[in-house]
Ligand binder design. Sequence first.
Ligand code: 4NP
Length: 155
Amino acid sequence: MVKVLFVCLGNICRSPMAEAVFQEKVNKAGLGDKILVDSAGTAAYHVGERAHGGTRKVLSTHNIAYDGHSRKITRADFNQYDYILAMDRSNYENILSVKPPDTNARIELFLSYAGGVDVDEVPDPYYTGGFDYVYDLVEAGAEGLLKAIRERHGI
Ligand code: 4NP
């Protein structure tokens, strides 16, 4: 099983969207029993809450289901997940700051897997909106990530 964890700050806007979009691609590829997907935040501000209305709206526009609730990343995640993918550099630094020394997880910027986009961070839509643009970036990242994982792990 390849395990993928998407991480943002609050786990209500960007990483839930990435989780849902990537899970949809995994399901469509028939790889639901080979790739496990989850998301988490580096902050606990919204723990237990549903995804932001903007994220839920854009997902429903694209007919993608999502019913997750916010949680904060834990030390155990670093032993559990093979890929821990940050939405922006601030998330990336926050992940490194809580990383135990002995993890084998690949900790990377999510958009390092995206083709055809000219940015490498997913902007935070919480204050300023832009959920449709975030969706476009997430879609490109998820597509490239699935391709990379399939090649790398022979699935
Ligand atoms: P996310 O967006 O990290 O994409 O879930 C945010 C959600 C909440 C806050 C900031 C960003 N906040 O400050 O509460």
